[in-house]
Ligand binder design. Structure first.
Ligand code: UD1
Length: 423
């Protein structure tokens, strides 16, 4: 298993480009099950999760090739309606095949995703939504067995705004008979991107990007091409890296991002004391002289994303004061905290609230990646820590950050990938 070796203290400056959004690609790729034919997705990030989704779709008969960042999918033949556990266990987003398979073929057998590093992650909203559309769903031997003749439009009000459930139900409803209304729909940009793509495929959806979707089912869809939106979490992670380790004599320019998707974060970075220049597709940041403590509460879009919480805690670890970070999406998503404490951070967690007392410095140590964003926070801390930090089990990072070490090195960080020891 690879590890990252980081010699901390290097000042970051320069420009770096953001890749396409992982969470958009993972929703777009299964949408090709909805209509047979050839698709080209430009700006697909080269990530382990994208490979996992490709392998899963290949087991269903799809043909997938990649040239640089263009992913081509041929969905002319779909030969299986099953998502086996070996794929689903690697990545919860595998459940995205459920809606399109059911919508087009009336049949899907998808292994039930398990929990993950930070606790249970239910799929009840996906199943309730699909049941409302008339699907007959049973759980049998750890498998979701869903059947339907043709789905029928219905009114669905999600108790909780869910990215995955909105995507799944939307993909099922576009081929249903009649009109589906989804209230409390997720408004995350990746779901808006999926909605726009489905519209280009011929779907009739009103309200894309809002929490109220009206979908009029059509009899058939057709292939469409797509340029994947920029990854707002990767962009955010690079901005926090610059806020922590940037060079005040220079700046870090995060390019090819969508600043409109990042406003909850950029406002908080300004509160911290960073100077930001926000362009149409770039954000330039000069780090603060001293990091002011700033509280955040995670929430659904357009609030502060839970996928940036771990990185924010890393930043607050070096603030001049005490900050409170409240996690409202996944109440126990704090696996990074004990590892940051190993680097010298002063953080206590009570229920879903982390209190961070800023320290003078962090000191390098061996730390363990536990999940994707937790790993990102350890890298950020390692960049600024005194001495050498080894972040073990970087396969978590490879799931969601394209060549993070290359991008950070390009900015002047001293970070390298090495083969790590087993744990
Ligand atoms: C997606 C993102 C993930 C991000 C999360 C929240 C992808 C591939 N992943 O995950 O990076 O952290 O959104 O922004 O896009 N819930 C239920 N029942 C369900 C589904 C969800 O109770 O059936 C709850 C969850 O426990 C959580 C909340 O709803 O508290 C939001 O989760 P959801 O938006 O569904 O997350 P994912 O789609 O899994």
């Amino acid at each position: 298993m690879d590890k990252f070796v980081i010699r901390g203290g290097k000042k970051l400056r320069g420009a770096v480009e953001v890749s396409g959004a992982k969470n958009a690609s993972l929703a777009l790729m299964p949408a090709t099950l909805l209509a047979p034919g050839q698709y080209a997705f430009q700006r697909t990030p080269m990530l382990r999760d994208v490979t996992t989704m490709s392998r899963l779709l290949e087991t269903m008969g799809l043909k997938i090739t990649r040239t640089d960042h263009t992913l081509r999918i041929d969905s002319s033949e779909v030969t299986s309606f099953e998502a086996p556990y070996e794929h689903v266990k690697k990545m919860r987003a595998s459940i995205y095949v459920l809606g399109p398979l059911l919508g087009r073929f009336g049949q899907a057998d998808v292994s039930l995703p398990g929990g993950c590093a930070w606790g249970p992650r239910p799929v009840n909203l996906h199943l309730e939504g699909l049941r409302k559309l008339g699907a007959h769903i049973e759980l049998e031997g750890g498998i979701i067995r869903a059947r339907a003749k043709r789905l029928r439009g219905a009114r669905i009000v999600f108790d909780v705004s869910s990215v995955g459930a909105t995507g799944n139900v939307m993909m099922a409803a576009v081929l249903a008979q009649g009109t589906t209304v989804i209230d409390n729909a997720a408004m995350e940009p990746e779901i808006a991107a999926l909605g726009e793509f489905l519209v280009r495929m011929g779907a009739k959806i009103e309200g894309v990007g809002t929490n109220h979707l009206e979908i009029e089912g059509v009899d058939a869809l057709h292939p469409a091409d797509c340029v994947t939106i920029p990854d707002r979490i990767e962009a955010g992670t690079l901005l926090v890296a610059a806020a922590l380790s940037g060079d005040r004599e220079g700046s870090v320019r995060v390019e090819k991002c969508n600043p409109g998707h990042l406003s909850a974060l950029t406002t908080k970075l300004e509160d911290v004391g960073a100077q930001l220049t926000i362009g149409k597709d770039f954000i330039e940041i000069v780090p603060p002289e001293t990091i002011r403590p700033v509280n955040v509460t995670t929430s659904i879009y357009s609030g502060f994303p839970t996928d940036m919480q771990a990185q924010w805690i890393a930043l607050m670890s070096l603030s001049k004061g005490t900050s409170v970070i409240t996690e409202t999406i996944y109440s126990d998503r704090f696996m990074h905290v004990p590892e940051l404490v190993r680097l010298g951070a002063d953080i206590t967690v009570n229920d879903n609230i982390a209190t961070v007392v800023g320290v003078e410095k962090l000191t390098g140590a061996k730390v363990m990646s536990t999940d994707l964003r937790a790993s990102a926070s350890l890298i950020l801390a390692g960049l600024v820590a005194e001495g050498t930090t080894e972040v073990l089990r970087v396969y978590h990072l490879d799931r969601g950050y394209e060549q993070i070490e290359k991008k950070l090195s390009q900015l002047g960080a001293d970070i390298e990938r090495a083969s790590g020891e087993e744990f």
